[in-house]
Design a protein around this ligand. Structure first.
Ligand SMILES: [Zn+2]
Length: 253
C-alpha cells in the first residue's frame, strides 16, 4: 500500500517527512532537523511519535532527534557509519538491511557521496525512498565526503529502483537545480516541461516534492551521466568522469 507521507517544512529549506503505519500505532519521522515543527504536526494529527529515521549526520537532519526522543521515547535508527556523530541510536543500519516498523518494511541502501555513511530508506510496497541529501529533484547533494565513483554508484543504485518510486529528498532546491539542469541539458524536452511545472508549483507556494525515480531518470543530469550527449557537452567519455564534471560545474554555478 502506498505510504501516505506528510511533508513538514523545517529550518530554511529542509523537508522533514512524517507518516503513520495504518496497521499499527507506529508514527515515523525522517530527518527531523528541528523538533518544533514536528511536534506541531504530531499535535495537529493527534499522533504519538514512535520512530526516527536518520539518513546522515548533518545537523539540519538530526538536531530534532534528542528532544523528540526525550519527549516521546521514540526509537532512533541511524547509519552505522555515523555512530560517532549520532550516538545512542537504538538501531544502526548499513547497506541492504531490513528495518521493520509495525507492519512497514524498509530496505536500507548505502549511498555514500554527500557523506560517507549516508543511507537511503526504501519501501517497495510503499513506493517511496527517503533519499536524504543524496538525490534531489533534478539534482544531487554536494560531494562533501565521498568520491565521484562512489557517488555515481550510489545514484545508479537509486536510479535502478522502480520508476513509480516517489523520491523524498532533504531540501527544496528544485528551482536552482532546474536552472543548472537546463543549462547542461537544454534540448531535453521532458526536462523543459518539468522545469515549467516546478516553476508553477513554487509560485503557488507548494513543495515540488516528491518526484519519482522515473521522472528523475529522464530529466536529472546527475542520473544521466552515462548519456552520450551529456558526455559530449562535458567533454568526457565515461559516466564517472561526466558525473564529476557536472558536480564540479554545479558547485560554482
Ligand atoms: Zn547533508
Amino acid at each position: 500500500m502506498t505510504l501516505d507521507v506528510h511533508i513538514v517544512p523545517a529550518l530554511q529549506d529542509n523537508y522533514v517527512y512524517l507518516f503513520r503505519d495504518p496497521g499499527s500505532d507506529a508514527v515515523v519521522v525522517v530527518d527531523p532537523g528541528d523538533a518544533a515543527p514536528v511536534e506541531r504536526a504530531l499535535a495537529e494529527r493527534g499522533w504519538k511519535l514512535t520512530h526516527i529515521l536518520n539518513t546522515h549526520h548533518h545537523v539540519d537532519h538530526i538536531e530534532g532527534d534528542a528532544p523528540l526522543v526525550a519527549k516521546y521515547g521514540a526509537k532512533l535508527i541511524a547509519p552505522r557509519g555515523n555512530r560517532g556523530e549520532i550516538p545512542g541510536a537504538d538501531q544502526y543500519v548499513d547497506d541492504l538491511e531490513r528495518v521493520t516498523i509495525g507492519t512497514l518494511q524498509f530496505q536500507t541502501i548505502a549511498v555514500p557521496g554527500h557523506t560517507r555513511g549516508h543511507v537511503a530508506f526504501f519501501s517497495e510496497r510503499g513506493e517511496a525512498v527517503f533519499a536524504g541529501d543524496t538525490l534531489f529533484a533534478l539534482g544531487c547533494g554536494r560531494m562533501f565526503e565521498g568520491t565521484p565513483p562512489q557517488f555515481w554508484d550510489s545514484l545508479s543504485r537509486l536510479r535502478a529502483l522502480p520508476a513509480s518510486t516517489r523520491v523524498y529528498c532533504g531540501h527544496e532546491y528544485t528551482l536552482s537545480n532546474a536552472r543548472f539542469a537546463l543549462h547542461v541539458d537544454p534540448d531535453n524536452a521532458a526536462l523543459v516541461k518539468r522545469a515549467a511545472e516546478f516553476e508553477a508549483l513554487r509560485e503557488a507556494g507548494k513543495p515540488t516534492i516528491p518526484s519519482t525515480i522515473g521522472d528523475e531518470r529522464a530529466t536529472n543530469p546527475f542520473l544521466r551521466a552515462d548519456d552520450p550527449e551529456l558526455q559530449r557537452r562535458t567533454g568526457t567519455a565515461d559516466a564517472v568522469a561526466c558525473f564529476a564534471a557536472l558536480r564540479k560545474q554545479k558547485d560554482s554555478f
